[in-house]
Design a protein around this ligand. Structure first.
Ligand code: HEM
Length: 220
C-alpha cells in the first residue's frame, strides 16, 4: 500500500464498530483480474471503495490510453467520470449508490481527505499528460523544420546532411510557434539522442534523416 500523506485510511475507518451503519450501505462485489468495470457513460451512478486488489484508471482516446491513477485498498472512486476503470488483479469492491454518499461526506472526514487525495493524483497526472502532448506536438514541428531544411537547403557530407540555421533560438521558436526555452530543451534532447549534432555555430549535422523523421513520431 502507498505511503499516505495523511494517515487516515478509509477502510480502517469503515471497519470501526461505530461506523457499522455506514459500512452496511455498501454491497461487496468481486471482479476478476483485467476486467473493465466502468466505462464513460455507465448508467448507474455508483461510488466504490477498494477493499482488496488494485485497479487502473485511464482515459482512452482513439487507439491510445493514458493512465490517470492506480487505485489501491482504501481508495475511493466513482462511475460518473470519463475514465475507464479496469482491474489489474482480482479485486473486492465495496459499492453503493452515489446518492447515499452525500449524507456521509460531512460526518466522515476520512471520506473527504481520501477523495481530495485521489482527485489530486488525477489532476497531477492530467497535467503531465497535457504537458507531454503539447511537448510532442512542438517536437514534431521542430523535427519537420529540420527535415524541410535538410531537403531544401542541406548539403551532403560523408557524415550525413549538414544544415545551416541562421536563426537565433528565439527566431526559430517564433517560426514553429513555441518558446525559446522549449526549443532549447527539445534541441538539447535531440543532440543527446544523436538525431542531431552541432557542427559549428548555427550549423547542424543530421547523421540519418530517417532516424530524425521517426524521432518526431515517438511518444514524449
Ligand atoms: C456526493 C457525491 C458526488 C456527487 C453528487 C458528484 C457529482 C458530480 C457531477 C454532477 C459531476 C459533473 C458530471 C458531468 O459533467 O457530466 C462530477 C464530475 C466528476 N466527479 Fe463527482 N460527484 C460525487 C463524488 C465524487 C467522488 C467521490 C469522486 C472521486 C473520488 C468524484 C470524481 C469526479 C470526477 C473525476 C469528475 C469529472 C468527470 C469528467 O469530467 O470526466 N466525484 N461529479
Amino acid at each position: 500500500m502507498k505511503t499516505r500523506l495523511l494517515s487516515i485510511n478509509l477502510l480502517n475507518e469503515l471497519e470501526r464498530p461505530e461506523n457499522a451503519d455506514f459500512l452496511a450501505e455498501f454491497t461487496e462485489h468481486r471482479h476478476a483480474g483485467k476486467s473493465l468495470i466502468y466505462s464513460p457513460g455507465h448508467d448507474k451512478n455508483q461510488v466504490f471503495v477498494v477493499k482488496t486488489g488494485r485497479l487502473r484508471l485511464y482515459l482512452a482516446v482513439e487507439d491510445k490510453d493514458f493512465s490517470l491513477a492506480i487505485l489501491e485498498p482504501g481508495d475511493i472512486f466513482v462511475s460518473h467520470t470519463r475514465a475507464h476503470v479496469q482491474t489489474i488483479e482480482e479485486v473486492t469492491l465495496l459499492v453503493m449508490p452515489i446518492s447515499r454518499l452525500h449524507s456521509y461526506m460531512a460526518s466522515y472526514p476520512a471520506l473527504s481527505t481520501t477523495v481530495i487525495r485521489i482527485l489530486g493524483e488525477l489532476l497531477s497526472r492530467s497535467f503531465s499528460i497535457i504537458d507531454s502532448l503539447v511537448f510532442k506536438d512542438i517536437r514534431q514541428r521542430l523535427t519537420d523544420f529540420f527535415l524541410y531544411e535538410a531537403e531544401n537547403n542541406g548539403s551532403r557530407s560523408q557524415d550525413g546532411t549538414v544544415v545551416r540555421i541562421d536563426l537565433t533560438t528565439t527566431q526559430l521558436a517564433a517560426i514553429i510557434g513555441s518558446s525559446r526555452q522549449t526549443v532549447s530543451t527539445i534541441i538539447g534532447a535531440m543532440l543527446k539522442d544523436g538525431v542531431l549534432a552541432r557542427w559549428q555555430r548555427n550549423v547542424y549535422l543530421i547523421p540519418n534523416v530517417d532516424l530524425l523523421r521517426n524521432y518526431g513520431n515517438t511518444r514524449a
